[in-house]
Ligand binder design. Structure first.
Ligand SMILES: Cc1cc2nc3c(=O)[nH]c(=O)nc-3n(C[C@H](O)[C@H](O)[C@H](O)COP(=O)(O)OP(=O)(O)OC[C@H]3O[C@@H](n4cnc5c(N)ncnc54)[C@H](O)[C@@H]3O)c2cc1C
Length: 548
């Protein structure tokens, strides 16, 4: 194929992804020097379209970045008023009192927000400072310089033929070069994955761990709505099949975020995370809340769970990993947005100092130090053993020992040192014949919904004539390996019904309905053969979340 010619644009800093990490970096760079040329590229059709984090936000990141965010109209309108934690059984629940909880678990001072709306507001702040933001621009490739450094990205490739070749309507995109490139793609970023592998950034670290989070927005009966109420549950319906739990956040306008996270290190390939979520809503406590209400939106996204010991090295020549591209979620708090913001600020400060010293395309070592030795490191270090304890010893032991460990870490020490995670989530999957299939009740269409009906509420859209962005390393692996050995779990772990095994001419065939993809990345993480690679489809495709 002839060499593709692309126009190139030069910037000081090129930022991939307009989430809280990328936007914070952009804002901080322009706060430090309004003459810096900063660009943010976002694959969603608009900023916020791919943000799934109807969230309890710890405002410490925003406080550090924009101390007068209240006066500037940031959409943090619902302070947390009460915090509830329940252990569920099939027919009832036990409330765990707040007093034995370590202080870091307290949500006092936090806000229930739509992170999509927070990002939209942050984008306005960034644009006012002169940042160029281009939504609908997926960054599909990295550009390397002569010395192996990351020099930029390719963005804005549109109209490829279905086989990936160039056709009459193909726009080749452009190269955006920067003195530094920030990858703030969120969990399991496709370019971040390439950079981590190329520079060996995870060498000597524990494997990254993940969960899949699914979420619905419900409008409920005003009589049952309690603005500012936060509830977390554990236990039923997952039991010993998998780690995970739920969250129920009452925002304003009688709306409630109902979400469910399943840790992806589950062993039983028959497990169906989406159906666990649907079943959860039939618990008497949850059903009572939702009865008479309606589900208005649905979405799904993986969440990083490896924490402190899984964070890769954050820098390589010319490039830095920000936020959840490096996995900065505090797992027991289910919070990562504050660290994403703080990492964006820290990366910006390191790049500003480097550019002022006339450096470029080298390693921003100061950023690495700032994250590990600063507020983010401190936040993640205190809770580093909770997830591996849960994986190794189950829910009850991890609640007690994890609670003890968080308490002692509050005072600066741990009795357990740092516990490793061991296997990655794909390796955790065991052969199907070692586990029993799970019989899930049929959704009733009132509280629970079948997957494809729900996917319609993610408003996801992919141009059908483009190449499938979910690439199979070996076309035969799903049917020849995954089906006999693992009952092809892609049929179940994907929360958007992308993968099916159908019968054609009496033989099983693997079908990839990439049009349904909500960009959660679960397939890239959980496929036991590690045969599926998530790549970016063309810009603007994917979910269109309203105020998730
Ligand atoms: C179900 C769930 C619930 C959560 N609840 C909370 C909570 O209550 N509180 C909390 O603080 N945290 C919560 N989190 C964690 C939080 O969402 C993350 O920590 C946070 O989103 C990380 O921010 P980020 O900027 O690194 O990435 P993201 O917010 O994921 O933003 C990344 C952006 O980059 C874009 N992008 C990715 N790749 C490319 C590319 N190649 N080209 C162009 N654009 C690209 C994406 O479209 C996206 O807009 C939750 C996560 C999940 C999944």
């Amino acid at each position: 194929m002839a060499e593709i010619e692309r126009e190139a644009m030069e910037y000081d800093v090129v930022i991939v992804g307009a989430g809280p990490a990328g936007l914070s970096a952009a804002i901080r760079l322009k706060q430090l020097d309004s003459d810096l040329q900063v660009v943010v590229l976002e694959k969603g059709s608009e900023v916020g379209a791919h943000i799934l984090s109807g969230a309890v936000l710890d405002p410490c990141g925003l406080d550090a970045l924009i101390p007068d965010w209240k006066d500037k109209g940031a959409p943090l309108n619902v302070p947390v008023k009460d915090d509830n934690f329940y252990m569920l059984g099939e027919a009832g629940q036990i409330r765990i009192p707040n007093f034995p909880m370590p202080p870091l678990m307290n949500n006092h001072g936090n806000y229930i927000v739509s992170m999509g709306n927070v990002c939209r507001w942050m984008a306005e702040q960034a644009e006012e400072l002169g940042v160029e933001i281009f939504p609908g621009m997926a960054c599909s490739e990295l550009v390397y310089g002569d010395n192996g450094e990351v020099k930029g990205v390719v963005a804005g490739v549109f109209g490829l033929e279905a086989d990936g070749s160039y056709g009459p309507n193909t726009e080749p995109g452009m190269e955006l070069h920067g003195k530094y490139v920030f990858l703030s793609e969120g969990v399991r970023g496709s370019l971040s994955k390439e950079v981590i592998a190329k520079y060996g950034l995870s060498d000597g670290k524990e494997p990254q761990k993940y969960g899949v989070g699914m979420k619905e927005i419900w409008e409920i009966d005003p009589a049952k709505h309690k603005e500012g109420s936060v509830t977390h549950t554990m236990g039923w319906p997952l039991g010993s099949n998998a780690g995970g739990g739920s969250f129920i956040y009452h925002l304003d306008n009688n709306q409630v975020y109902v979400g469910f996270v399943v840790h992806l290190n589950y062993k039983n390939p028959h497990l169906y995370p989406y159906m666990e979520f649907q079943r959860f809503k039939h618990h008497p406590m949850v059903a009572e809340l939702l009865k008479g209400g309606k589900r208005v939106a649905y979405g799904a996204r993986a969440i990083t769970e490896g924490g402190y010991q899984s964070m890769p090295k954050l820098v390589a020549p010319g490039v830095a990993l920000l936020g959840c591209s490096a996995g900065m979620v505090n797992v027991p708090r289910i919070k990562g947005n504050h660290n994403a913001m703080l990492s964006g600020k820290a990366a910006a400060e390191a790049a500003y100092d480097a550019i002022k010293a006339e450096r470029s395309s080298d390693e921003l070592a100061a950023y690495e130090v700032s994250v590990r030795d600063g507020a983010i490191g401190a936040d993640l270090k205190k809770v580093r053993n909770v997830k591996p304890m849960w994986s190794k010893w189950g829910l009850t032991a991890s609640l007690m020992l994890g609670g003890l460990d968080m308490w002692t870490n509050t005072f600066g020490f741990s009795l357990f040192g740092t516990i490793g995670h061991g296997k990655n989530d794909a390796e955790a999957t065991e052969p199907a014949d070692q586990h029993k299939p799970i019989d899930y009740p049929k959704p009733d269409g009132v509280l629970s919904f079948d997957r494809l009906t729900n996917v319609a509420f993610a408003a996801t859209n992919h141009e059908e004539s483009q190449p499938c962005h979910l690439r199979l390393g070996n076309q035969d692996t799903p049917i020849q390996v995954n089906l006999p050995k693992y009952a092809e779990p892609a049929q179940r772990y994907c929360p958007a019904g992308v993968y099916e095994v159908v019968e054609k001419d009496g033989k099983p065939e693997f079908v990839v309905n990439f049009q349904n993809c909500v960009h959660c990345k679960t397939c890239d993480i959980k496929d036991p053969s590690q045969n599926i690679t998530w790549t970016t489809p063309q810009g603007g495709d994917g979910p269109n979340y309203p105020n998730m």
